[in-house]
Design a binder for this molecule. Structure first.
Ligand code: ANZ
Ligand code: ZN
Length: 850
């Protein structure tokens, strides 16, 4: 029977399903292993990136199960979010229907991959069963002071009259209307993640099984800095503003200050705005920049002199102007700064624009003071010569000077050293329909009241319309009406829904008890947590992982996770992408027209479409719809089978690197798997007769067992696969007898099982393996069989050959010495005389002198 993947794959998937092989079971007798791949957004179609990601997790899950662990390997859907609403707005239909039909499609595409997933634990974050529990946690978090409301700026589209997410703002304009986006203040819900800044940073040190680069990205995002906070006294300021608090990380540059600046949202600016039309106009202009840091970074730096002055803390005769500046953020430090143009490029540009002085504080060690063409910003670790320094030596590093400046200022009562974090509290309010409703109620008498737990879940209404922009919950006729859980009066529901990052911040915990009537079942969480191996894209290295780490802490505080889960992901692996060549033809206007790989044929001259139109072969880049360089996993499965797709994405590159998909590579993989099948058939048909070289074959088998095991354990799947090619070659060339051949073939099936489970089951069955290879214990390499080759060394005693000894070729000389002295013939000859000298010449001879 030829290798027919479509037949055997369906067959074995049916067998696994019927036997419930992948159902995760709490088993006190076994160690547990929880492997999780970042769950997908249900866009509707799986792509090669998914295949690679989920195959990697599957290799680990199948290997660990075989190695004796009780494995949890679940799958779900990150199902709330904008695309569903966009689809509804653009094509009609309902976000819920769109989402669930996509989930059904994607599940249907994923199942043929033969992943060892416990589908009984599947859920989508838009299941009311899931988000109802999220609402319960939200209320618990409110109780513990982890949630609060405050005014915050949002991106406002003045044409569509709607709030926009940062990703809906493109070059400062609304994605649909094209209108310039403005900043607006709204009362919003926040999670107090900043309370954990220090802890989230410090705990990174313990995450030794995370990629260094991810830990670094998290550390930078948390952004710890040490600086000085102090107050200027003001002159000419309105009442109540006689001090202006500023935060600086460079207090050593205080004598180079030439201005102070406040944020347009600073209370002083707010005050002036009300009394001064010029200020009001300027502040209004500033608000027209979106809320993202990126938008602020790009905007031209502008300021307005308020007329207020501040006195220099070291010399009150010196007065500095106070500007309102568009680059000062209210959310960082104190929302006010002093500017030192000589050593900060932004301040330099600002001073140049407004004709302010640029006095340098330090120069290069061997340089003299001279006018600057740009800010002089050496590394803090570099020594410089201070000409306007005030603390410490003349020549010192910036870091030393900063420390000394803080001490100097503290001694004189000018401010105090403070630690600041860049990490802001997490704004979770979204003015969107397709998200988890925030479970609170607005009551005229009681104010903002959490919904009673008994009234949960607050379910999204289905009857909503998307024909006009904005949040349909706001204009729903009845959903908003409710009764206050505290006083029973008529009240209004909150219409904000939660950021979808909330949904993905605790799904890993829910998988441990996906149908519990509480967010988690603590006994289950205690057994299954933590995730032993988390696998996903590096694009989630910052926010998703940081939010999840915060949530694990919040869930502990609210009693939904045990203490052991404070860091939920023991090990993290970030996989590379699947890439492909790009193909383009020339359009009538001379522009590139991207072509799908399936429409391109390679010719001797290069490449062409089927009708002969020449095609230019472009760079190998990440598969993406926009460049059309995508290969549909479903068509690969239809042509070659899932095992080919699985094997190929694991084979050519280390998993952390990109892998290039090529048609020829896929074909070669399919051929190889076919060869394994044919070989297995040949072995099964062998007569029960002895052969030659049984021992060599079994040695190769044990070596392959050791190498493949090491490859999988070390996430070097490509190396494991290279060893499997090698072992298959050895097998096909072997002239060993039936028994040894069948044994080696069964081991090959076991070792291939994590990567190509269907083929492996087929081979296992053909070779008379007991039960399913998927459930067979992982083979163990026998150390005795790993010994490479042996050598026979003559033993000379006082120059005459008296005996010989056979030892492994790679045995260290010290070990050989011991064996020589224990050798019967040697012991007899020595007859108790002491040995003066013993020299082992490795691989050659042993000399004994008595
Ligand atoms: C004076 C100074 C001199 C500064 C100099 C820098 C260089 P990091 O290191 O990222 O924490 N700053 C403080 N609060 C700000 C705000 N709300 N909006 C915009 N900028 C603000 O940044 C700290 C530095 O950023 C502070 O140190 C302050 O400028 C500025 F040669 O103070 B510095
Ligand atoms: Zn009330």
């Amino acid at each position: 029977m030829p290798y027919e993947p479509s037949v055997i794959e369906q067959h074995w998937q049916g067998v696994w399903d019927a036997a419930g092989v992948f159902t995760a079971r709490r088993d006190a007798a076994k160690p547990k292993y929880y492997v999780l791949e970042m769950f997908p957004y249900p866009s509707g179609r799986i792509h090669m990136g998914h295949v690679r990601n989920y195959t990697m997790g599957d290799v680990v899950a199948r290997y660990k199960a075989a190695a004796g662990f009780s494995v949890l390997h679940p799958m779900g859907w990150d199902a709330f979010g904008m695309p569903a609403e966009n689809a509804a707005m653009e094509r009609g239909g309902h976000p819920k229907d769109w989402t669930y039909s996509n989930i059904a499609d994607m599940r249907g595409q994923m199942k043929p991959l033969g992943l060892s997933i416990d589908w009984s634990r599947e859920f989508a974050t838009c299941d009311v069963e899931y988000y109802g529990q999220q609402q319960a946690m939200f209320i618990d978090m409110m109780e513990k002071g982890l949630v609060y409301r405050k005014n915050a700026v949002v991106n406002w589209d003045p044409v569509d009259m709607t709030v926009l997410a940062n990703e809906q703002v493109i070059d400062g304009k609304g994605w649909r209307s094209g209108a310039v986006v403005e900043r607006r203040e709204l009362t919003q819900w926040f999670f107090r993640i900043s309370e954990y800044s220090g802890e989230l940073l410090a705990a990174l040190d313990g995450l030794t099984d995370w990629p260094e680069k991810v830990r670094l990205m998290q550390a930078n995002w948390i952004g710890k800095s040490r600086g000085l906070q102090f107050a200027f006294s003001t002159a000419g300021a309105p009442e109540g503003f006689d001090r202006l608090e500023v935060y600086t990380t460079r207090p050593d540059t205080l004598l180079g200050a030439s201005f102070a600046a406040i944020s347009p949202d600073h209370p002083l600016a707010r005050h002036l705005e009300r009394h001064d039309e010029g200020v009001a106009a300027f502040v209004a202009e500033c608000r027209k920049i979106g809320t993202s840091e990126e938008a602020l970074e790009k905007a031209e730096k502008r300021g307005l002199d308020t007329g207020v002055r501040v006195r220099h803390p070291f010399d009150t005769a010196v007065e500095l102007p106070v500007y309102i500046a568009n680059f000062v953020l209210m959310e960082y430090g104190t929302g006010a700064i002093f500017g030192c143009p000589a050593h900060d490029q932004r301040d330099f540009d600002f001073a140049t624009k407004y004709g302010l002085a640029i006095p340098p504080v330090f120069v290069g060690v061997d340089a003299e003071e001279a006018p600057l063409a740009e800010a002089f910003v050496p590394l803090k670790s570099e020594p410089v010569r201070y000409i306007r320094g005030f603390a410490g030596a003349e020549v010192q590093t910036g870091a030393e000077a900063v420390d000394l400046a803080i001490a100097f200022c503290e001694e004189r009562g000018v401010g105090r050293g403070v630690t600041n974090y860049r990490l802001r509290d997490w704004g979770v309010s979204r003015q969107r329909y397709w998200g988890c409703p925030i479970p609170v109620v607005h009551c005229e008498a009681c104010g903002v009241v959490p919904e009673a737990k008994a009234n949960l879940p607050v379910e999204l209404p289905y009857d909503v319309t998307f024909d006009i922009p904005g949040n349909p919950l706001d204009r729903h006729p009845t959903w908003r009406d409710c009764t206050c859980p505290k006083c029973g009066a008529a009240a209004r529901r909150e219409t904000d829904t939660m950021d979808t990052f909330v949904d993905s911040s605790w799904y890993y915990a829910r998988f441990t008890s996906p149908h519990a009537a509480t967010p988690t079942d603590l006994a289950e969480a205690e057994y299954w947590m933590n995730v032993d191996q988390y696998i996903g894209g590096v694009e989630h290295a910052i926010l998703h992982l940081l939010y999840s780490r915060f949530f694990a802490r919040a869930m502990q505080k609210t009693g939904h996770l045990p203490a052991k889960a404070i860091e939920p992901f023991n090990a993290l692996f970030t996989q590379g992408m699947v890439t492909h060549e790009t193909y383009a033809t020339r359009g009538a206007d001379g522009r590139e027209v991207w072509q799908m790989p399936e429409d391109v044929v390679k010719t001797d001259a290069g490449a062409a479409l089927r009708d002969g139109t020449p095609v230019t072969v472009g760079p190998i880049i990440k598969m993406s719809k926009s460049k059309k360089n995508v290969v549909d996993p479903m068509s690969i499965i239809a042509t070659y089978g899932a095992d080919t797709a699985r094997w190929f994405v694991m084979s050519d590159s280390p998993p952390e690197r990109d892998v290039e998909w090529t048609a020829s590579g896929a074909e070669a993989t399919a051929k190889f798997l076919g060869r394994v099948w044919t070989l297995s058939e040949r072995v099964a048909a062998m007569p029960d007769a002895a052969g030659t070289g049984d021992d060599d074959l079994l040695r190769a088998m044990h070596r392959a067992t050791q190498d493949v095991t090491r490859g999988i354990e070390g996430f070097a799947f490509n190396k494991a696969i290279a060893k499997l090619y090698e072992f298959t070659n050895t097998l096909s060339k072997s002239s060993a007898g039936k028994v040894a051949m069948a044994q080696a073939m069964r081991t090959l099936a076991q070792l291939m099982q994590p990567m190509v489970p269907h083929l492996a089951e087929g081979v296992w069955a053909m070779q008379g393996g007991a039960g399913l290879v998927t459930q067979a214990p992982w083979p163990v390499a026998d150390p005795a069989m790993l010994v490479q080759d042996s050598v026979t060394l003559p033993i000379q005693i006082n120059g005459k050959r008296r005996a010989e000894i056979t030892v492994p070729a790679d045995m260290p000389a010290s070990e050989v010495e011991k064996l020589v002295l224990a050798e019967d013939a040697v012991v007899k000859f020595l007859a108790g005389q002491p040995v003066k000298k013993l020299i082992v010449v490795p691989g050659r001879i042993v000399n004994v002198v008595i």
